[in-house]
Design a protein around this ligand. Structure first.
Ligand SMILES: *Cc1c(COP(=O)(O)O)cnc(C)c1O
Length: 361
């Protein structure tokens, strides 16, 4: 039976990516049939992949000049420390918006390097909304946000206008909509939610924000190293970069990020409409802050959740168990998720509700 993969991460990728990445591992044509993962990362064939992937990112996101595109390792979690390491001096302050577990972890790391001002937090409400109405001092080193809160299903769906350098963890909504990169000093994203396999982390860095802190920075944790060596200071994660490159080609071929945004809005609307109209279910995130990527919902009667999960599994639905800190369900509907799979889920919710309403009346 067809499986519908709603996993939060690692998560669904386009079949174009999976098929062509598999082929390249078995034997890669540009390398004369050797495997992609058994040739030098400095071969002209692989360097061409990095160059083309960089170009595609610049094109898809309309990256202005003065920014560098980097392929790093260590996941988004390493960016939690790399950002303050490079941008926050001991005597400086950075502002953070505490919108979820990942934001919270980034705050913890930043405190190792300088002062942290948490300007807004929704922790007291189990992170079910995005704090607003905060103000930012003019002398901040930067302001850090998490654009999509993968666990709690909330999202900052527009580019913020702020008076200080803006740093964004976009791990789970990168490439889901057009972004005005000029409004950001630094964007980073682990690949495994919306781009490729785990193992590569994308960073888009405004060059002129670097070189301003007094401390020594270890070579591998210094953005400048990777800018100077064009992501080839050491062996990069060749497979993860290649698979991400395939997804980037797919994104362009599908019509780019405007088209992705339209599709993502349509998918999210379909699912939220079902949640709101179905008597058995309710959403957990504040309506205006609902994520287009991770849709979190629970059952009004939690006793039915095991039964619904079993029923959904029978329909081929996979990966909808909610994160333990929210409970219920989470349907992740990233770029590669077709609307037909969302329809399978809404139909399952609908049919399940009809059965139960009939039984109970
Ligand atoms: C998954 C996730 C992370 C952690 O990414 P790793 O690559 O596993 O370190 C960080 N931030 C957000 C928003 C995420 O969704």
């Amino acid at each position: 039976m067809k499986k519908h993969n709603f996993s939060a991460g690692p998560s669904i990728l386009p079949s174009y990516t999976l098929e062509n990445a598999s082929k390249a591992v078995a034997g890669w044509e540009p390398a004369g049939g050797l495997s992609l993962i058994e040739i030098s990362h400095r071969s002209k064939e692989f360097v061409a992949v990095v160059d083309e992937a960089t170009q595609l990112i610049k094109e898809l996101l309309n990256v202005p000049s003065g920014y560098s595109v980097l392929f790093l390792q260590g996941g988004a979690s390493t960016q939690f420390c790399m950002v303050p390491y490079n941008l926050l001096d001991n005597n400086q302050t950075a502002a953070y918006l505490d919108t979820g577990a990942w934001a919270n972890k980034s705050i913890k790391e930043a405190k190792l390097f300088g002062n942290v001002n948490v300007v807004g937090s929704s922790k007291g409400d189990n992170y079910n909304f995005i704090p607003k109405g905060y103000s930012l001092a003019n002398d901040l080193a930067y302001f850090h946000i998490t654009t999509n809160n993968t666990i709690y299903g909330t999202e900052i769906k527009e580019d913020l206008d702020v008076n200080v350098p803006l740093v964004a963890d976009m791990s789970s909504d990168i490439f889901s909509r057009p972004v005005d990169v000029s409004k950001y000093a630094l964007i980073y994203a682990g690949a495994q939610k919306n781009l490729g396999p785990a193992g590569v982390t994308l960073a888009i860095v405004k060059d002129d924000i670097l070189g301003k802190v007094d401390r020594q920075i270890p070579t591998m944790l210094n953005y400048q190293t990777h800018i100077d060596k064009e992501s080839m200071f050491n062996t990069p994660p060749v497979f993860a970069i290649y698979a991400s490159y395939l997804t980037l080609k797919w994104l362009k071929e599908q019509g780019g990020l405007g088209e992705m945004q339209k599709r993502n809005q349509a998918k999210a609307e379909l699912l939220y409409n079902e949640i709101d109209s179905n008597p058995l279910f309710e959403g957990t995130a504040a309506v205006e802050d609902r994520s287009l990527m991770n849709v979190t919902f629970v059952m009004k009667n939690p006793d039915l959740e095991t039964e619904f999960m079993a029923y959904a599994t029978e329909q081929g639905i996979s990966g909808i168990k909610g994160h333990r800190s929210v409970g219920g369900f989470r349907a992740s509907i990233y770029n590669a998720m077709p609307i037909e799979s969302v329809q399978v889920l809404t139909t399952a919710m609908n049919v399940f509700a009809e059965k139960h309403v009939a039984v109970n009346s």
